[in-house]
Design a protein around this ligand. Structure first.
Ligand SMILES: Cc1cc2nc3c(=O)[nH]c(=O)nc-3n(C[C@H](O)[C@H](O)[C@H](O)COP(=O)(O)O)c2cc1C
Length: 177
């Protein structure tokens, strides 16, 4: 099975995750590159106005692959807008895919919402969806500290703590092929 990891990351967490997945899977990985510089302000504006930011063409042809692993942050319970731009653009040639995110918090209904967004955007359900919640790296009494968690930069030691859900996600992908 030919797999391609496609990722978007603003502050580096999802890049680290994507690079680690690509290494584990021994497959290609490529970032989504935006035409304009991303800032915290443009994240907020994209969230409010549901904007569709312009992105550069990918260096890979998605239809050359059997499966895509899409990796992106969650902003306001939504898939980060640059990943949505990619899915809108590639919808017609998209192979089977799965989605995984190093996101922030425990949010009621977020997983179902991600599933719904993906299905609407692509016209096909993902094979697997996985949220790795940074708040779980914190003691229970700190898990609602939005600022601390949204500014937290994950390192490779933190990533090891998500080994179990990551392996379950990868098993699911392989099982459904
Ligand atoms: C403006 C903003 C909104 C966010 N909203 C959510 C959210 O609704 N749910 C969630 O789980 N995480 C949320 N997060 C946390 C990010 O998804 C998390 O910090 C992620 O790891 C950042 O990924 P990156 O470093 O690859 O850009 C938000 C972060 C920011 C900056």
């Amino acid at each position: 099975m030919r797999t391609l990891v496609i990722y978007f990351s603003y502050s580096g967490n999802n890049r680290l995750l994507a690079e680690s997945l690509a290494k584990q899977m021994e497959c290609d990985a490529c970032p989504i590159i935006e035409k304009k510089r991303r800032t915290m302000l443009t994240i907020i504006l994209d969230m409010i106005f549901k904007r569709n930011p312009k992105i550069e063409p990918l260096p890979h042809t998605v239809s050359d692959y059997d499966h895509l692993i899409l990796v992106a942050p969650i902003w306001d319970s939504k898939i980060a807008n640059p990943m949505k731009s990619l899915l809108r653009r590639e919808k017609e040639s998209l192979p089977a895919y799965s989605f995984i995110s190093l996101c922030g918090y425990e949010r009621a209904g977020q997983n179902e919402s991600i599933l719904e967004q993906l299905s609407v955007l692509t016209g096909q359900a993902p094979k697997a969806v996985c949220e790795l919640k940074i708040c779980e790296l914190f003691p229970p009494e700190q898990r609602e500290q939005i600022k601390t968690i949204s500014r937290f930069r994950v390192n490779s030691e933190d990533l090891v703590k998500f080994e179990m859900p990551i392996n379950e996600f990868l098993k699911l992908i392989n099982a459904v092929q």
